[in-house]
Design a protein around this ligand. Structure first.
Ligand code: FAD
Length: 407
């Protein structure tokens, strides 16, 4: 890097949250140096299209970039790409990267997550077994996504389902194995799982729920899998969608508190007051505990929050969770956080246009809206203003959703 004293604000990780924090700092009038250090070779880019339009080859690489390179020059934000930060020394307020020592006044950890892999004993080290987090991951995977190939997806979460949808669209034979009782079990109600199971099954995805993988088979590269029930499957390649781990090693080695990711307080500050953490890698206090959110909306808001607090605005984070997923022609939009729900109400216009409303008692927590932008929009406004519509009104199709806002 050649420059051994940088100071100002240094951000580790050059993803969505890092971009948000750095651009907000400039917008708020921060005049000191801002440096983003990222181990990937690319400037901050959108990850959601990786398992959607980018895998489908409907969007080019440059279209993923969140800002053109001129933005960073104009904003005087320095990008150090292709460089991995190796260690932090909180006492010296410095970090080590590529043999250089970089000093900071404020350090922001925005290191994201790493997809889980299978242990080698279960065949996790075989070739043609992919995870999806980065452009490089898709560039490795894409040549295999060809008509007639047999794809085995392990894990029925959003990424696994999105990849299955892309693959079926491109004419592959797809089997998806989910160890839990149902797909999306960790994140959604049975009603939402039912909706997506039906959607995928009708398109030809073979979904096996309550089915654990024993191991992947093959010599050098994957040729199939043995399931816990003894069934064997042939496969040309495998995509793992079995969750992620927060990248908290740097923080841990530096002696910072780690709890469900890098622990921060309501201001986004870690246990060291000069070190902040944002986005997927950071946990923060919430009425449900010390939680982490993995979404674009959160990465943007959390990055903005920490920028404001570096500018000494003393703001506390109020999470407004929202998320989306695209599968075939269905757009799922989620508002709120359903953790703690004990009952749901379904508003069903037809097989495709539906919404699932999550309640804890009579309190509305979250909405899953399938091809129903109006339900999403109304649900989000209700949740953010702390209002809970009556369940009878929600399920009654003769009542215009907008009326719920006035009730
Ligand atoms: P990231 O964007 O992951 O950036 C972290 C960066 O830090 C990475 O580039 C990493 O390489 C780098 N890094 C880590 N350690 C170091 C180090 N020591 N030194 C230097 N650099 C380091 N969200 C939605 O809301 N909707 C969606 O539909 C959706 N779909 C998704 C689909 C896919 C395939 C994936 C992978 C994610 C999806 N997400 C979606 C989630 C969303 O992309 C993330 O929540 C968001 O990117 C988080 O931003 P971040 O800046 O916290 O982390």
């Amino acid at each position: 890097m050649g420059d051994n004293t940088i100071k100002g604000t240094v951000i580790v990780g050059a993803g969505q949250a890092a971009l948000s924090c750095s651009s907000k700092l400039r917008a708020l009038g921060y005049e000191k140096p801002i440096t983003l250090i990222g181990e990937e070779d690319f400037p901050p880019y959108q990850r959601p299209p990786l398992s959607k339009a980018y895998l489908l080859n409907e969007t080019g690489r440059e279209d993923l970039f969140l800002r053109p390179s001129s933005f960073y020059e104009d904003q005087n934000i320095s990008l150090k790409l292709g460089q991995r930060v190796e260690a932090i020394d909180p006492a010296a307020k410095s970090l080590t990267v590529g043999g250089d020592v970089v000093e900071y006044e404020n350090l922001v950890l925005a290191t994201g997550t790493t997809p889980r892999r299978l242990p080698a004993a279960a065949g996790g080290d075989l070739g043609n077994c992919f995870t999806i987090r980065s452009i490089a991951d898709i560039d490795r995977l894409a040549p295999h996504v060809r008509k007639g190939q047999r794809l085995l997806v392990i894990g029925g979460g959003y990424i696994g389902l999105e990849v299955a949808a892309v693959a079926v669209k491109l004419g592959l034979e797809v089997t998806l194995v989910e160890a839990s009782e149902r797909i999306l079990q960790r994140v959604a109600a049975p009603e939402t799982s039912d909706y997506f199971r039906k959607l995928h099954s009708e398109r030809g995805v073979r979904i096996l729920e309550s089915t654990s993988l024993e191991r992947l088979e093959g010599e050098g590269t994957v040729s199939g899998a043995t399931l816990a029930n003894g069934e064997t499957l042939a496969a040309d390649f495998v995509v793992l969608g079995i969750g992620v781990t927060a990248n908290a090693e740097l923080a841990e080695q530096a002696g910072l508190s780690v709890e469900n990711g890098i622990r921060t307080n309501e201001k986004g500050q870690t246990s060291d007051p000069s070190i902040w953490s944002i986005g997927d890698c950071a946990s923060f206090p919430h009425e449900r505990g010390q939680i982490r959110l993995e979404s674009v909306g959160h990465a943007i808001d959390h990055g903005n929050l920490v920028a404001a607090n570096i500018m000494e605005q003393d703001k506390s984070y109020v999470a407004k969770p929202w998320f989306w997923s695209d599968q075939y022609e269905v757009k799922l939009q989620i508002a709120g956080l359903n953790t703690g729900y004990d009952n749901v109400v379904v508003r069903k216009s037809d097989d495709i246009v539906q919404s699932v409303w999550y309640y804890e008692g009579d309190r509305l927590l979250a909405v899953d809206a399938m091809n129903d932008a109006r339900a999403y929009m109304v649900g989000k406004r209700l949740i953010e203003s702390g209002k809970s519509p009556s369940k009878d009104m929600v399920s009654d199709l003769s009542i215009d959703l907008k009326a719920l806002l006035k009730a």
